[in-house]
Design a protein around this ligand. Structure first.
Ligand SMILES: N[C@@H](CC1=CC(=O)C(=O)C=C1)C(=O)O
Length: 429
């Protein structure tokens, strides 16, 4: 294994001060903390998108722009070619954990602009704590939010109304038309958000039917969402054709902590290769059913996306029990427009940090260079600014987040009372 170590700040020098952000379980926030979080989210969601100019501004305070860094609106070579990826996110490669770590900091920095005098951190959705049969914390399901002073507002964590249209130019390949109009509100399972021309009629009929269920009994669709996510996390998921498509995700998070090195921990492509070489489990899609097969963090992460969004796109194996459920979280193009995305990823970052501390990789990450999962063409394809067939390592730019940006203590993030993450760890500064 060759080593590509990240340089990090000197841990000893760091002091807890008001610039250090403490990330907490969202279920544990006080009313005052929640009030502040909600106000900051309203602030970023209300900020108009920046003018449509390149390069993208990584210091934007507009939620539309930040959400748009992940997938749509596509830019670069991936704007209209599916051989490339038009968003900046990295999946199926070794930059998956680090890119998303930088992404969380980007949103957190924008939230911080709401009131610079109060330190704000993103709380996480603790996905191991399924709270009986209600794995999704209530705050994400309330249509309105009531502040301590009694004022009621639309809840910014329930749904986001697109400040601008997004257009999917990849139609009809590789999958559905993920174009969405300005003013579209993000949705979750069992609803569908496929409002592009070829799908809109089916979607309207489907969503009316789902709404009808709520008319018969208030809260039915929320219960369906909770039980779907519960099944993905703790039980087994059967799709609409009776095929088992997932489950045991909470256990898989724990299993991922035992992955022996960063490369195979970090992403599905590298883990598949690792497992292919060691176990004959091709029937399980190369993702390892053997007890000692490696579980990459990305896999349970994917499961929660599919659970919250649902996924049943023509021509692709269904991942939903309810047909036509295609909420935004289920698809890479649109997932980050649903506010819950960031709380999900905050939990992913926590598991990443837990793996780092368990494996003494908290001040550096060792990478198996040139291993599957380390090339820019792996999985969804090269991101804007990265050429095809480039070897990825921990020096690869995490666009659009610049090197050297914000290399200050303002980026120290407490994940748990005793641990912190230094942004230097997610990127060589
Ligand atoms: N495309 C992933 C699920 C998924 C992952 C993401 O990272 C995302 O943003 C949206 C969806 C899968 O099929 O397993």
């Amino acid at each position: 294994m060759s080593h590509s170590a990240l340089e990090t700040g000197n841990r000893q020098k760091l002091q807890k001060n008001d610039q250090i952000r403490i990330r907490k379980d969202i279920r544990s926030l006080t009313q005052d903390e929640l009030d502040h979080l909600i106000n900051a989210w309203i602030f970023v969601q209300n900020n108009e998108p920046d003018p449509d100019t390149l390069p993208d501004n990584p210091n934007t305070v507009s939620f539309f722009n930040i959400a748009g860094f992940h997938g749509e609106p596509f830019r670069g070579a991936g704007y209209s070619s599916s051989q490339w990826w038009g968003g900046y996110c990295n999946h199926g490669n070794v930059l998956f954990p680090t890119w998303h770590r930088a992404y969380l900091l980007c949103l957190e920095n924008a939230l911080q602009q709401y009131d610079k005098t109060v330190s704000i951190a993103l709380p996480y959705w603790n996905e191991i704590d399924t709270d009986g049969n209600n794995p999704i914390p209530k705050i994400f399901l309330q249509k309105t939010y009531v502040f301590k002073n009694g004022k009621e507002v639309p809840n910014p964590l329930y749904s986001y109304k697109l400040a601008s249209a997004i257009r999917d130019r990849l139609l009809p390949i590789p999958d559905a038309d993920y174009s969405k109009y300005k003013g579209y509100n993000t949705v979750r399972y069992p609803f569908s958000g496929l409002v592009g021309t070829p799908d809109v009629a089916t979607t309207d009929a489907h969503n009316s039917l789902m709404q009808e269920l709520n008319t018969l009994k208030d809260g039915t669709t929320d219960s369906l969402l909770q039980s779907n996510v519960y099944n993905w996390l703790r039980a087994t998921v059967i799709n609409d054709q009776g095929v088992t498509v997932g489950g045991s995700t909470a256990d898989n998070y724990i299993r991922s902590l035992f992955a022996p090195n960063y490369t195979v921990f970090s992403n599905t492509t590298s883990a598949e290769k690792w497992n292919d070489d060691r176990f004959d489990d091709s029937s399980a899609g190369g993702l390892g059913t053997a007890d000692d097969a490696v579980m990459p963090l990305e896999r349970p992460h994917n499961a929660v996306h599919l659970a919250v969004g649902g996924f049943e796109v023509p021509g692709i194996p269904s991942r939903s029990y309810i047909p036509d459920a295609n909420g935004d979280m289920g698809e890479n193009d649109t997932a980050s427009f649903d506010p819950i995305f960031f709380f999900h990823h905050c939990f992913i970052d926590l598991v990443f940090w837990a793996w780092q501390t368990k494996h003494n990789q908290d001040t550096q990450l060792d990478l198996m260079e040139f291993y599957p999962g380390t090339n820019s063409v792996d999985s969804q394809g090269p991101t804007p600014g990265i050429t095809g067939n480039t070897w990825l390592n921990l020096e690869t730019p995490l666009n659009p987040f610049p090197r050297n940006s914000n290399a200050s203590s303002a980026l120290l993030v407490f994940l748990l009372p005793e641990v912190y993450v230094d942004a230097n760890q997610c990127h060589r500064m």
